[in-house]
Design a protein around this ligand. Structure first.
Ligand code: ATP
Ligand code: MG
Length: 477
């Protein structure tokens, strides 16, 4: 396998630019797919989430486009709007030719504005199928000269609902175009579609073992019988204290409800789903990327492709409908060689779904116990101690010494230190303090056994299950 970008056939210019972006060597999917794409072959590329599939198709594509010709030469289709924006941005970052125009087109944004921009002559368009079709029908997008077509998240794009739009779009492009499908998951049915849309494609599959599957620690918490998931989530969040987390739910309503509960408990969290306006969606993703909001409660519209730097945790508050979706959801963390934690909350009756997931990912999932109050308190103290040790070596410490001197006139040093720690401790866990009673877990509850203090637990458990709605269709365009 080639281990340098130069060896893959990319120009020296591009390689230098990649180094500046921190791309020192190609990832396995890039090493394997780029040479085929540069040689003009159609490619079906499958590699784990977060392993650089975007650059695997973007780099050879950018290398081959002629920036001097002001007509559309390349079209990339993505299943969601945010992914169109993200892939467009990634391509702009990878691009070295200023005269090349790369444009994202997607629903929820003014079509007139997109038409005006298209008139200025974009050579690369990244878009969602609905909006692309709309623009074709309005005569604003002409695909006659498209010689590069990529389906990112190909299996999702070819799912029911998308397939017809995608076929119509493909029929508007020249038959001799070069086509590539990329995704972390490729259901067997994709082969049939590849036969239909691609010309003798090369299949590039990066084996799981080669792309570090252990980057993501997967953990399952079984919600004790009679407990609601939100009650079980609270101690887990307190224990984990995620830097940044995507919490997946199945419906927009649950997203809104859970967000409200977590906000009420004092957490920095917001909701993300198809009921928001496009500008609300974009603003939230931006705030999340800039770490202005720590946690996002999202439906599956955030499951695919989204690349948020340093996302430490993915939490499946509710399991997804499909095993593929599980793979994509947890793949929002542990990207570009980093580590991540994926947590799933399940009711005892959902355990069969876990077995399906385990079979699919060929891995056993580890079960963990919901942390007790004592364990959470111990974790808080550990964090506090680490923070104190950091503060001792910080420069700002000196400005507090006069206060200490004053206080020592009346109290001894140990008392002053303990009081300061108590104040810091109280500040660090305001939500936990307030929700102390709810997070209290007895040993009996932990093992899901009957507790006389809980009323009608059997009933409330089935009630909880009934409130889980069938997956709301996500609005894509
Ligand atoms: N060769 C490389 N060296 C360093 N970082 C890279 C390299 N290639 C890609 N990356 C970075 O890795 C991250 C993940 O890349 P990308 O989003 O393309 O993953 P993906 O395989 O498409 O994942 P998903 O299946 O979730 O869509 C990005 O932030 C990207 O900038
Ligand atoms: Mg991707």
């Amino acid at each position: 396998m080639t281990l340098s970008f130069t060896g893959l056939g990319l120009s020296a210019d591009k390689v230098h630019h990649l180094e500046k972006l921190g791309f020192r060597e190609p990832t396995p999917i890039q090493a394997q797919a780029v040479p085929h794409l540069l040689s003009g072959r159609d490619v079906v590329g499958q590699a784990q989430t977060g392993t650089g599939k975007t650059a695997a198709f973007a780099l050879p594509l950018l290398e081959q486009i002629d920036p001097r010709i002001p007509v559309l030469q390349s079209l990339i289709l993505t299943p969601t709007r945010e992914l169109a924006i993200q892939v467009c941005q990634a391509m702009r970052d990878l691009n070295t030719d200023r005269s090349l125009k790369i444009l994202a087109v997607y629903g929820g944004q003014s079509i007139d504005q997109q038409m005006r921009r298209l008139r200025r002559g974009s050579q690369v368009v990244v878009g969602t199928p609905g909006r692309v079709l709309d623009l074709i029908n309005r005569g604003a997008l002409n695909l006659d000269q498209v010689n590069w077509l990529v389906l990112d998240e190909a299996d999702e794009m070819l799912n029911m609902g998308f397939i017809q739009d995608v076929e119509t779009i493909l029929n508007c492009t020249p038959a001799e175009r070069q086509t590539a499908f990329f995704s972390a998951t490729m259901a067997p049915t994709i082969r049939e579609l590849a036969t239909k849309f691609l010309r003798s494609p090369v299949t590039v599959t990066v084996e799981a073992a080669k792309s570090a599957p252990t980057r993501i620690e997967q953990r399952v918490y079984v919600v004790p019988r009679g407990w609601s998931k939100s009650r079980a989530l609270q101690p887990i969040l307190e224990m984990e204290n995620p830097e940044s987390a995507l919490i997946f739910v199945r419906t927009r309503r649950t997203a809104a409800e859970l967000t409200r509960q977590l906000q009420a408990a004092g957490h920095s969290v917001d909701e993300y789903h198809g009921d928001l306006t496009q500008s609300q969606r974009e603003r939230l993703i931006l705030r999340f990327r800039q770490q202005q909001v720590r946690w996002v409660v999202a439906t599956d519209i955030a499951a695919r492709g989204l690349d948020v730097d340093n996302l430490t945790h993915v939490i499946n508050y509710e399991l997804p409908d499909s095993v593929e979706s599980y793979v994509h959801r947890i793949g929002r963390t542990g990207r570009a060689g980093k580590e991540g934690m994926a947590i799933s909350l399940v009711h005892p009756l959902e355990k069969y779904k876990l077995r399906q997931i385990e079979r699919h990912i060929q891995q056993k999932l580890a079960f963990a116990k919901i942390p007790t109050r004592a364990e959470i308190a111990a974790r808080h103290l550990e964090r506090l101690q680490a923070q104190v040790e950091d503060a001792i070596t910080s420069e700002r410490l000196a400005s507090f010494l006069p206060i200490v001197s004053q206080l020592t006139e009346s109290y001894d040093l140990r008392t002053i230190a303990a009081a300061a720690l108590q104040m810091a401790y109280d500040q660090m866990s305001p939500s936990w303090q307030r929700h102390e009673i709810h997070t209290e877990i007895t040993e009996t509850e932990r093992h899901g056994q009957r507790s006389p203090s809980k009323q009608g637990r059997g009933k409330s458990s089935s009630k909880q299950r009934r409130t889980i709605q069938p997956s709301a269709s996500s609005s894509q365009d």
